[in-house]
Each structure stands twice: as structure tokens, then as C-alpha cells.
Ligand binder design. Structure first.
Ligand code: ADP
Ligand code: 5GP
Length: 211
């Protein structure tokens, strides 16, 4: 089989949300690099590029004017304003992964996840929690990408985001990274084994014979 890992008929959409600093980008990057058949979706954003980020690799960085045009052109399957900036996932990103039968990780905020649920998207919703608020603050500060002010804004937003977690299918607690990676990997494998996603293999076996 050449599309290693993604052995079901269509790619699965995994939606990964978490308060800022909980570790969802770290986990998504690890999954895309280590679990065959998984890739990470590339979002558009109007926020400033961080020094270690590459346009076209971490995000597609764009202007607010262009982003608004793309909204008007119905380019986005979902978009949201997060921490005062626009972020969005395009239909193209999702369609491309599905055509290639790859599983796609959408690392998006809780508002974006609500929009996808409203669209009745057949996705798997995973929420990532830090072990504590103190640890969340420490990770945000250690990451070195925020000012004291933006750290506080992200911590203030964390409660509202965590209160949305009950709508998700799975909860991964990112205490030690190794354990969280394992949990994410098990979820992906379990979802691939769902009866509804194994239909192609099942039909191959039975060759359409009534059982
Ligand atoms: P998010 O994408 O949710 O905002 P990041 O993936 O950027 O979070 O992680 C925030 C910071 O915490 C990063 O510096 C990352 O290296 C670190 N980090 C992630 N997971 C863990 C973990 N399990 N233990 C300690 N530090 C972590
Ligand atoms: P950051 O600026 O830290 O990279 O991301 C801020 C927030 O925006 C995170 O919660 C992240 O998951 C979210 N985000 C990133 N891309 C998208 C997207 O395409 N859509 C939505 N709704 N949120 C996104």
C-alpha cells in the first residue's frame, strides 16, 4: 500500500484545539513528522510572523485586506478572529488532503471548531489541556514569543476555551510530552479502525458477497 498509514477511503479530519501555550502545535508537528499518513493543515493568518516561522510552512501570512477578500470569495471552510488577528482554514487545504487520502490535523481555536461542528463536518475533535494554569503560564513565558501583556491576554482567554472542551470527542492532557504524543497517536489509530472507515478494506475482503 503506497499511502502508508491512511488506509481508509478518505482522509480523516482531526481538529486539535487548546488554550494558547498548551502544546497543540508541538503535538501536531510531532504527529505530522512521526505518524505515516498524517499531515498538518496550513492556515492563513494576519498576525505577525515570529522570528522562527517560515511563510508557507507554519502559516500563510497575509494582510487583513486580502483575508477579508478571501472571506468574501468563500475561500474558508472556517475562520475566526483570535487574539485580535484573523486565522482561517481554506477549503483547498481540506480538499487536497482528502484527495490524497491523507489524514489532516487542523490546529484551530475553539470558535473555528464550533463553525466546523455547525457545518456537520465529519471530523474528530480533540482538546489538549495543560496540566495546570501555572504550567500554561510557564510555557507561554518560556516560549519567549509573548510580552507580559499578551501572555495575560492568552491566560484570560484560556478559561473560556477550556469551557468549550466538553464538546470535543477526546481530551489529551499534555503533562509529559511523551505521554501526550502517545495519547494522540492512539486516538488517530483508533479512529482509523472505525468500522465506517474500514469499508473499503471490508468490501475488498468480501468482494461484495452477501454475508
Ligand atoms: P500552542 O501551540 O498550544 O500555543 P506550543 O506547542 O507552542 O503551544 O507550546 C508552548 C511551549 O510549551 C513551547 O515552548 C513548547 O516547546 C512547550 N511545550 C509543549 N509541550 C510541552 C510539555 N509537555 N512539557 C513542557 N513544555 C512543553
Ligand atoms: P498562534 O498565534 O499562537 O499561532 O495561534 C493562535 C490561535 O489561533 C491558536 O488557538 C491556533 O490554534 C488558532 N488558529 C491557528 N490557525 C487557525 C485557523 O486556521 N483557524 C482558526 N479558527 N484558528 C486557528
Amino acid at each position: 500500500m503506497d499511502n502508508k498509514g491512511a488506509v481508509h477511503g478518505r482522509g480523516i479530519l482531526f481538529i486539535l484545539s487548546a488554550p494558547s501555550g498548551a502544546g497543540k502545535s508541538t503535538l501536531a508537528k510531532w504527529a505530522a513528522e512521526n505518524i505515516p499518513g498524517v499531515r498538518q493543515s496550513l492556515s492563513y493568518t494576519t498576525r505577525m510572523k515570529r522570528p522562527d516561522e517560515v511563510d508557507g510552512q507554519h502559516y500563510r501570512f497575509t494582510s487583513a485586506a486580502r483575508f477579508r477578500e478571501m472571506i468574501a470569495e468563500d475561500k474558508f471552510i472556517e475562520w475566526a478572529e483570535v487574539h485580535g488577528k484573523y486565522y482561517g482554514t481554506t477549503w483547498d487545504a481540506v480538499d487536497e488532503a482528502q484527495e490524497r487520502r491523507q489524514d489532516l490535523l487542523l490546529v484551530i481555536d475553539v470558535q473555528g471548531a464550533v463553525k466546523l461542528r455547525e457545518r456537520k463536518l465529519d471530523g474528530v475533535f480533540i482538546f489538549v489541556m495543560p496540566p495546570s494554569l501555572e504550567e500554561l503560564k510557564r510555557r507561554l513565558l518560556d516560549r519567549g514569543t509573548e510580552t507580559a501583556e499578551t501572555v495575560q491576554g492568552r491566560l484570560d482567554a484560556a478559561w473560556a476555551e477550556i469551557s468549550e472542551s466538553s464538546h470535543y470527542d477526546y481530551l489529551v492532557i499534555n503533562d509529559t510530552l511523551e505521554e501526550a504524543q502517545k495519547e494522540l497517536e492512539y486516538i488517530i489509530h483508533a479512529e482509523r479502525c472505525r468500522m465506517k472507515r474500514r469499508r473499503l478494506e471490508f468490501d475488498d475482503f468480501t468482494m461484495g458477497q452477501p454475508l
